[in-house]
Ligand binder design. Structure first.
Ligand code: SAH
Length: 366
């Protein structure tokens, strides 16, 4: 078959977005092109953040034509954005090529601008306090779809404006490990150094073996563990994944992670009335934080009432303000770094655990 009689539709195109530097070099070598074309395309994609082959002006014309014919770059389409009047938090709604909706959120702060990205459509974990869990699980996002959230949000918000990335959107990154890792490899390259790995946090509900794998990957990212309770029984109830990977196993894994990467672990702690805000919880938390290099993010529980939860999830209530204050004071008095994540973006359902399709489809575009 000659190049001429191949129409665009007649070939299944190779998706180049989401490929790592090594994969791009291998791709061009296999296509009997020079290996350094892979480096050039890498830089265009993730350094200059272009969205088409035609913009890759250092590639010869014939190659751009060939790439247009056999390869593609489009993974997500920006559907709408919403900005919180209160906090400046900006939520992005993207659509995948097969019609799924994906959300990302930009959270501006004095010192940093953080992009929160999703790794799955929905989530299989079923954490009882989380809106994404309630919408169920559809599929993993590809590495291209994960990285494109950063590229498209940067294009909208301003290139180089995003200083930090947190893998804390919809889904469990360590259950989509291969694709999550690919995107971390992309950020780790010299040409994408605007976002250093030290400014990237992967958040997990606790998939212990994958925490170990990430620790051994050599990628010095930060890790956040959604802790929420140090008691197996309580944690089993609010996070069913605990029955598979217990908190004991996960704490061993994060200890290993902290040692291997020489970073502090972030423990996230959503405060739920009478469930994980008792004195026993506080004492256990203080003991833990003294035994491991860490900081703790205390997160007031954001309502998931809009998802119409039933059963146990319906009963969940936020801890009272005085209880949150007591927790924070006791932890700080014990010398532990505590950040209270006061809700940002609640008015646009972009706060932690509120990202869910249902909400978004009701949102107004800009
Ligand atoms: N699956 C990963 C990342 C997504 S959740 C994880 O579990 O870490 C991101 C963070 O938001 C987690 O710490 C999660 O526990 C928290 N979260 C989920 N629902 C919440 C809610 N309703 N209120 C406050 N925080 C919530």
């Amino acid at each position: 078959m000659t190049e001429q009689n191949l129409t665009e539709e007649s070939v299944s195109k190779t998706m180049l977005k989401g490929l790592t530097l090594k994969e791009l070099k291998d791709f061009f070598t296999a296509a009997e092109e020079k290996k350094f074309r892979g480096e050039q395309v890498f830089e265009w994609l993730y350094g200059h953040m272009v969205q088409s082959f035609d913009e890759m002006s250092t590639l010869p014309n014939y190659l751009r034509k060939k790439l247009n014919l056999y390869c593609e770059l489009k993974t997500l389409t920006l559907v709408s954005t919403q900005t919180s009047q209160r906090s400046g938090t900006k939520k992005y709604l993207f659509e995948t090529n097969d019609g799924h909706l994906v959300e990302s959120v930009i959270i501006p702060d004095i010192k940093r601008t953080t992009l929160c990205i999703s790794t799955q459509v929905g989530c299989p974990l079923d954490c009882q306090f989380c809106a994404t869990g309630l919408m169920g699980y559809k599929r993993n996002l590809t590495s291209g779809e994960i990285i494109d959230q950063f590229l498209l949000a940067s294009a909208d918000y301003g290139k180089n404006k995003i200083s930090n990335i947190v893998y804390m959107g919809m889904g469990e990154p360590l259950l989509n490990y291969a694709n999550t890792l690919k995107t971390l490899h992309i950020f780790a390259e010299e040409k994408t150094k605007d976002i250093s790995l030290r400014r990237i946090t992967v958040s997990t509900a606790g998939i212990a073996p994958k925490i170990i794998e990430l620790a051994d990957s050599g990628l010095k990212v930060k890790l956040a563990l959604s802790l929420h309770s140090l008691f197996e029984e309580t944690r089993n109830k609010i996070m069913p994944i605990n029955k598979k990977y217990s908190i004991t196993e996960n704490l061993e894994a994060v200890r290993y992670f902290a040692k291997q990467t020489d970073t502090r672990i972030t423990f996230e702690y959503v405060m739920l009335k009478d469930l994980n805000d008792r004195s026993d919880d506080l004492n256990a938390l203080v003991r833990l934080c003294k035994s491991i290099p860490c900081k703790i993010n205390v997160i007031p529980f954001n309502s998931i009432a809009h998802m119409n939860p039933t059963g146990f999830a319906k009963e969940l209530e936020p801890s009272q303000k005085f209880r949150v204050d007591e927790f924070v004071k006791t932890l700080r008095d014990a010398g532990i770094t505590v950040i209270v994540r006061y809700t940002q973006g609640e008015d646009i359902a972009a706060a932690c655990g509120q990202l869910a399709y249902k909400n978004l489809s009701q949102g107004e575009g800009e």
